[in-house]
Design a protein around this ligand. Structure first.
Ligand SMILES: [Ca+2]
Length: 217
């Protein structure tokens, strides 16, 4: 009798654990992509060596836009994605590219921003600052320098949803004598499991266990 009860409850605990896992996995599925307009800076399309304002990206300060480098030339290898890159700073003034994504931040959700940051190889160091914002609040940011090698590096930053308002991305060159290049910007969000869902499943599981216990005893 006792052995039966223990066995039954072990099964129920297992069922409850599986249910909990399913809910957790559902809540933590690999991030959903958030749309970024002109995320690879291919618009508008310029001829080789051409540059100008980038579609969907506002320029803050002076000097920023899309740029199609002559290949090979200022960039040692191919650009990370497509033919063009974004740029901020014009080697005499700092500058930023900014885009409001038109999507409200979700409190507590996990955000991951990925992109490539690079420099030219003709004497201008990249002093970059990458920010994911929610209104005027910083969700995640990272900065660094890339010497004038003409190469790109992958940059990845994560943060929890805070603040209010729309998500926005700001890509900056912080030095008056540098220029930062950007390409292939991607943003994903992973929602946290809703506490209410977990509570319902837990309550049901424990209620079932209690019922089975009483029936057996
Ligand atoms: Ca591109």
């Amino acid at each position: 009798m006792l052995q039966q009860v223990i066995t039954r409850n072990r099964s129920l605990v297992l069922v409850a654990a599986i249910l909990g896992l399913v809910v957790s996995l559902h809540g933590a599925t690999r991030g959903d992509m958030i749309s970024i307009a002109n995320s690879s800076f291919e618009g508008p399309a310029f001829g080789s060596g051409g540059f100008g304002s980038a579609t969907a990206w506002a320029e803050i300060g002076s000097g920023g836009g899309a740029f199609r480098p002559v290949m090979p030339g200022l960039i040692v290898n191919s650009v990370p994605d497509g033919f063009q890159v974004g740029y901020a700073g014009n080697t005499s003034t700092p500058g930023s590219l900014f885009q409001d994504l038109g999507v409200s931040v979700v409190a507590g959700a996990n955000y991951e921003l990925e992109l490539f940051v690079g420099s030219r190889n003709d004497g201008f160091t990249a002093n970059y600052l990458v920010e994911l914002l929610a209104g005027s609040t910083t969700v995640a940011s990272t900065s660094g320098t890339i010497s004038n090698t003409g190469n790109f590096i992958p940059v990845n930053l994560t943060g929890l949803g805070v603040g209010n308002g729309n998500l926005a991305i700001r890509l900056s060159e912080t030095s008056a004598t540098g220029q930062s290049l950007f390409d292939n910007v991607r943003l994903s969000v992973t929602a946290v499991p809703e506490p209410s869902s977990l509570l319902i499943v837990s309550t049901c599981a424990f209620g079932l266990m209690g019922y089975r216990w009483r029936r057996r005893t």
